[in-house]
Design a protein around this ligand. Structure first.
Ligand SMILES: NC(=O)c1ccc[n+]([C@@H]2O[C@H](COP(=O)([O-])OP(=O)(O)OC[C@H]3O[C@@H](n4cnc5c(N)ncnc54)[C@H](O)[C@@H]3O)[C@@H](O)[C@H]2O)c1
Length: 251
């Protein structure tokens, strides 16, 4: 169990739903102050309200990771509010249209997935890195996917952009290795969230069948790992993609 030092502020992008919401709640329960960010503003506020109702500390802002201009103001407010930001968990992501062969994919949909999953990873990192460099401390975690390691059929945009996240993290880890900032990724297989519930059943079965444990991961399993990776205790690992796949990826 990770108890965070006080103060310890963590921004969770994609905090309105699924893995981000669960990680925000768990990390708040362990003593971190959470900045809930999501393009779903009402959802981010709901996560904030739930954390506060449970006795934790949290704030909420609307943030679309694809809009760098608007994001600048939001990040400025968030950073001013917390004084020092210690951690960033980036859970904003979309699958785009799935269950399609590559020749059937609409490039417009591919581009949307790219702008959220991959360009969004760059932009949220850039939003916090100068601040973390000034403070000589930071824990950045981007949620990639098993699809980025293995490639899921029917999900070319998702698989390519998540592979991109894994590559970016390898590079960023080295960029900041001597600064007190770690940059890592997490590659879950199927975790039971609204994103998965929205996929066609055939697509979910295809993914779950490949998991040796023959089950979906649960939200608390993802949240526990996230909480540790962005804690001060996870201090000698950077540029790495942690596995959360029930044995599907043993590398
Ligand atoms: N659930 C899984 O099985 C699974 C597996 C592997 C990887 N992941 C990854 O984990 C992350 C979280 O997934 P989840 O299952 O919790 O999904 P989710 O749909 O429940 O949550 C994703 C959140 O991201 C937000 N978001 C989407 N686009 C955004 C944007 N442009 N700007 C800001 N916020 C935006 C959504 O509003 C939502 O709240 C995603 O990156 C996803 O690709 C999930």
């Amino acid at each position: 169990m990770t108890n965070f030092p006080d103060p310890y502020a963590i921004a969770v992008v994609g905090a309105a739903s699924g893995i981000g919401q669960a990680a925000a709640g768990l990390m708040a329960a362990r003593g971190a102050s959470i900045i809930c960010l999501d393009r779903d503003s009402a959802g981010a506020q709901k996560t904030r309200d739930e954390i506060i109702a449970a006795g934790g500390r949290a704030s909420a802002y609307a943030l679309d990771v694809t809009d760098p201009v608007a994001a600048k103001t939001v990040w400025q407010k968030a950073l001013d509010e917390c004084g020092q930001l210690h951690g960033l968990v980036n859970c904003a992501g979309v699958t785009g249209k799935t269950n399609l062969k590559t020749h059937e994919v609409d490039p417009v949909d591919f581009d949307l997935v790219y702008r959220i999953n991959m360009m969004g990873t760059l932009l949220v990192s850039q939003a916090v890195l100068p601040h973390m460099l000034e403070n000589k401390f930071g824990r950045i975690l981007h949620i990639a996917s098993i699809a980025g390691k293995e490639g899921n059929a029917g999900m070319v945009a998702y698989s390519a952009t998540k592979a991109g996240v894994i590559g970016m993290v390898k590079s960023m880890g080295k960029d900041y290795a001597e600064t007190g900032i770690t940059v890592n990724a997490l590659a879950p297989a199927v975790i039971r969230t609204p994103m998965v519930a929205a996929l066609p059943e055939a697509q979910v079965n295809y993914m779950t069948d490949k998991i040796p444990m023959k089950r979906c991961g649960e939200l608390d399993e993802a949240a526990e790992m996230i909480a540790w990776i962005v804690s001060p205790a996870c201090s000698f690992t950077t540029g790495f993609t942690f596995d959360l796949s029930g044995g599907r990826a043993t590398y």
